[in-house]
Write a protein that binds this ligand. Structure first.
Ligand code: PMP
Length: 361
């Protein structure tokens, strides 16, 4: 067996090894059917059972109420930036957006193509180091929805709370935080998440949408982008990304075996606490985010001297600690510690960081 590295990639991210082993074992012959999941009709009983089991397991994991549809779609989270206004923002209407970093800005820019966007609050005055308190938000009256990004994957800024927006549907890009801890789905109108972090491989985006928000797509919305069409067709209006859906299902099963989102939340809380504590205690590493707003899943950090970045990354790679380079737009380092990155991986990173600081600090 080849040795698997510790993978801190922001996405596509590490997948649980037992899931990969199971997919490998089932690759040539899924449950004695003599073919792989990739080669099955999406309309076959076999694949429909895979799809339904995946949905049921996700519903169990997040206790998704019965009045929500779960959609398994394509186009990534980026396509949702357009699909949301196409479905929820009436012609001439407006929506409120909260700007907390690069991903929320992308959502804002895309929504502006479809209607009025009010940026009700922005983290810009703090250089995106701090989430604006809800009492400062300038929510508009008559907004079709309020959109925010609970976890900014690049900036490492995460909401530890759910905004209170009354009757207005709350829409959340949970790409990099979904399933990292328990979540009260009933607080949201719509949740979406690109799969390639805590859900599975890329090529899939999961949308959890309250039923009363279906059937509102504006005229001209492509059929493929109408949530109601997707819901009415069990996310199979066309051929879905079957293998990604199957792998997502294996991950949901793995998560249930691990003890679900409660257990994941406990482990993730410990992982992030250890890492931030080490960063804060060090003279070499630094994370600028306000303590209450630090991401559990994406931990960016800088070295005191940028010239140490290259040797730091080289030493990390030599020890099998991969993908620690920060996003090209912000530089520095970033450790993404999603569910499949276990505590042992974080401990290995911490040991290396301490060793590097001793040598170079
Ligand atoms: N939103 C967030 C918070 C993300 O982290 C990402 C991807 N890293 C996206 C949106 C875009 O996702 P996709 O590549 O699936 O379009």
């Amino acid at each position: 067996m080849s040795k698997r590295a510790f993978n801190f990639c922001a996405g596509p991210a590490a997948l649980p090894e037992p899931v990969l082993q199971r997919a490998q074992a089932e690759l040539l012959d899924w449950k004695g059917k003599g073919l792989s999941v990739m080669e099955m009709s999406h309309r076959s009983d076999e694949f429909v059972s895979i799809a339904e089991t995946a949905e049921r397991d996700l519903r169990d994991l997040l206790s998704i109420p019965a009045n929500y549809k779960v959609l398994f779609l394509q186009g990534g989270a980026s396509q949702q930036f357009a699909q949301i206004p196409l479905n929820l923002l009436p012609e001439g209407g407006k929506a409120d957006y909260i700007d907390t970093g690069i991903w929320s800005k992308k959502a804002i820019d895309e929504a502006r193509r479809y209607g009025g966007v009010n940026v009700a609050a922005s983290a810009k005055p703090s250089d995106y180091f701090c989430i604006p308190a809800q009492r400062e938000w300038q929510l508009s009256s008559g907004a079709a929805y309020v959109h925010y990004t609970p976890n900014e994957t690049i900036g490492g800024l995460e909401f530890g709370w759910i905004p209170e927006v009354g009757e207005v549907p709350l829409v959340a890009d949970m790409s990099s935080t979904i399933l990292s801890r328990p979540l009260d789905v009933s607080r949201f109108g719509l949740i979406y998440a690109g799969a390639q972090k805590n859900i599975g491989p890329s090529g899939l985006v999961v949308v959890i949408v309250r039923e009363d928000l279906l059937g509102k797509a504006r005229g001209g919305c492509p059929t493929m982008l109408d949530y109601k069409v997707a819901a009415d067709n069990g996310s199979m209006y066309n051929t879905p990304p079957t293998f990604a859906w199957y792998l997502a299902g294996l991950i949901f099963q793995w998560m249930k075996e691990q003890g679900g989102v409660e257990k994941m939340g406990e482990i993730n809380e410990r992982k992030q606490r250890k890492l931030y504590q080490a960063i804060d205690a060090s003279a070499l590493y630094n994370n600028p985010i306000a303590k209450a707003d630090r991401s559990w899943m994406n931990v960016p950090f800088r070295l005191a001297d940028e010239r140490l970045d290259t040797p730091f990354l080289a030493g990390a790679e030599a020890r099998g600690l991969l993908n620690l380079k920060g996003h090209r737009s912000v530089g520095g380092m970033r450790a993404s510690i999603y569910n499949a990155v276990d505590e042992g991986a974080v401990d290995a990173l911490l040991a290396y960081m301490a060793e590097f600081e001793k040598e170079h600090g």
